[in-house]
Design a protein around this ligand. Structure first.
Ligand code: ATR
Length: 275
């Protein structure tokens, strides 16, 4: 019997999501028996009704994006340890009458990193996470898995403290006013804030104080080179944007639903660049 699985992404708004390009590319490439992966706007106020309706209509899997990841966490009946640790769900699966929740952002971030970067800049090195939102939680969990020494700095100090308490990972919180004194020791610096999107600038870090040996990562992938990353480029430092993480978290959700771990490729990257 044909399965013809229905999958898609929910968010509010979800119009700018590039997940359909990624998933539909892999559905074709791997000749998966599935419907076209769709974008669905879900109002947070009506989350339960709308997702409940999608479930009843035979949806098999949903990716969940901003601002619905915490609501998806509460909605899921069975949670993976990773989603429990981060308090967020980006992948819902409806099977055997149950709702399963997972967070593939963590493995997505880990797989986006080169072995060399992990060895030289993360493992047993001081790692600085800028921001304390949902994305920061996934990155903190991933860096801890890679034995990085996690430091968190956020505009709102209390939110960083809250993460430290919730996530139960050995970490230090740095007050933004003390960042200048601490930054030189950081081997890895990752921006998880929304600063750098649109016309906003990220001025949290003074690059004149950063070690040129540090690796700089920005979760933002559009624009490809944020001002933050261009400062690293100017200093000849290692850097990368969030496109690989986006693809790798999608790959893991795809594997959960279709039992195939799809590959990143130049063809896919070119498709995404053309959007
Ligand atoms: P996400 O789930 O994508 O991480 P979020 O939970 O809304 O999104 O978190 C956004 C992050 O960007 C927060 O760390 C936020 O800082 P606050 O906790 O102080 O709000 C950070 N951020 C957003 N705008 C900012 C700004 N203008 N300056 C500094 N940090 C900012």
């Amino acid at each position: 019997m044909s399965e013809n699985k229905k999958t898609g992404v929910i968010g509010f708004p979800v119009d700018h999501s590039v997940s359909p390009t990624i998933h539909n590319h892999w559905i074709d490439e791997n000749q998966i028996d599935a419907s076209c992966y769709e974008k669905i706007n879900v109002d947070p106020e009506q989350f339960e009704e709308e997702v409940g309706r999608l479930k009843e209509n035979g949806t098999y899997g949903l990716n969940v994006t901003v601002p619905l990841k915490e609501l998806a966490f509460s909605f899921a009946e069975e949670l993976t340890d990773v989603s429990k640790q981060t308090g967020a769900v980006n992948t819902l699966t409806f099977k055997e009458g149950k709702v399963y929740g997972d967070n593939t952002d963590v493995i997505g971030f880990q797989r986006s990193l080169d072995k060399k970067t992990i060895e030289e800049n993360i493992t047993n090195k001081k790692c600085l996470v800028l921001g304390a939102g949902g994305a920061a939680r996934a990155v903190i969990s991933a860096l801890n898995n890679l034995n990085g020494e996690v430091h968190i700095c956020n505009r709102t100090y209390e939110k960083a403290k809250q993460i430290q308490q919730d996530i139960q990972i050995k970490s230090e919180v740095i007050d933004q006013k003390d960042l200048g004194a601490a930054i030189y020791e950081m081997g890895f610096i990752v921006n998880t804030t929304s600063l750098g999107l649109g016309n906003t600038e990220n001025t949290m870090v003074d690059f004149s104080q950063v070690s040129s040996q540090a690796f700089v990562y920005d979760l933002i992938y559009n624009p490809k080179l944020t001002k933050f990353l261009s400062e690293a480029k100017e200093k000849n430092m290692g850097y990368q944007n969030g496109i690989k993480m986006l693809i790798e978290q999608a790959a893991e959700s795809f594997r959960t639903w279709h039992n195939v771990l799809p590959k990143n490729s130049n063809v896919l990257m070119n498709k995404l660049e053309g959007l």
